[in-house]
Design a protein around this ligand. Structure first.
Ligand code: NAD
Length: 250
């Protein structure tokens, strides 16, 4: 490791999740002080805070307390996210609203209330979580695809508004990442043939890991990325670079 984030402070939403926990671990190894925000956590730990990011009072309460502990916040990673596997016809209004509440409104709320502390950094970075599903659609994932498209647009808007204040804003847009979400997909059938099918759609013939995502997030959070802002960084093994291949029926 290179101490890329030595002395930096970071908050990671969804920090107990598959990707968020890999980001927290990597940030700590790079020398940062990190707090993971999630729905559940160890209340005795200073490194984990139990906050529902859809609850504005809880979010403001967290950042007000943080301002007493830290003089500035350097990095905010908005990795919390949920998905519902349904078409729009199957999706209830309540389900639609819950996906937007976490993926879009949660990103808005944490970013909004982190801004006063981020402005005190000598060079702050916000990393939002989009998805390849914000560019192209998976079947039966309508609300999720729409929410990630909204995060992409919000990322550009935030970068425009807050770049002049020394705050860079980017979004990471992962493809297939080996998390419990993907394991759930494997559990739905013959694991080997599903793994082969996923390899086949990737030019790199592999899916990604949470550590692959943490590598990119670490760079975006670091000063090396000082000229990177307002962009959607796709990390998908070439998945979305390739036209869908034909498999002639035999
Ligand atoms: N895993 C993938 O293949 C993949 C692909 C593209 C994009 N993404 C995105 O990456 C991000 C992380 O995904 P993951 O695979 O680690 O998912 P995950 O389900 O493992 O982790 C998400 C975390 O968010 C937390 N969370 C959910 N609602 C919350 C709320 N209201 N308040 C606070 N925390 C809340 C959950 O408790 C969980 O710990 C998500 O935004 C997801 O949409 C994942």
């Amino acid at each position: 490791m290179t101490d890329q984030l030595a002395g930096r402070t970071a908050v990671v939403t969804g920090g107990s999740g598959g990707i968020g926990s890999a980001i927290c671990a990597r940030f700590v190894r790079e020398g940062a002080r990190v707090i993971a925000l999630d729905l559940a956590g160890d209340p005795s730990s200073d490194d984990v805070a139990t906050v529902d990011i859809t609850d504005e009072a809880a979010v403001t309460g967290f950042f007000t307390e943080l301002a007493d502990r830290w003089s500035a916040l350097d990095i905010l990673v908005n990795a919390a996210g949920i998905e519902i596997e349904k078409t729009i016809e199957e999706t209830t209004l309540e389900e639609w609203n819950s996906v937007f509440a976490v993926n879009v409104t949660g990103t808005f709320l944490t970013s909004r209330h982190a801004l006063p502390l981020l402005r005190r950094s000598s060079g702050a970075s916000i990393v939002n979580f989009g998805s390849y599903d914000g560019f192209i659609a998976d079947p039966s994932l309508a609300a999720y695809c729409a929410s990630k498209g909204a995060v992409h647009a919000l990322t550009r808007a935030m970068a425009c508004d807050h770049g002049p204040e020394g705050i860079r804003v980017n979004a990471v847009c992962p493809g297939y990442i080996d998390t419990p979400m993907l394991e759930g997909f494997f559990a739905g059938g013959d694991v080997e043939s599903l793994q082969d099918a996923i390899r086949d759609v990737h030019p790199t013939r592999t899916w990604g890991t949470p550590d692959d995502v943490a590598n990119l997030v670490t760079w975006l959070a670091s000063d090396e990325a000082r000229y990177a802002s307002g962009q959607l960084w796709v990390l998908d093994g070439g998945l979305t670079a390739q036209v869908q291949q034909m498999h002639p029926r035999s």
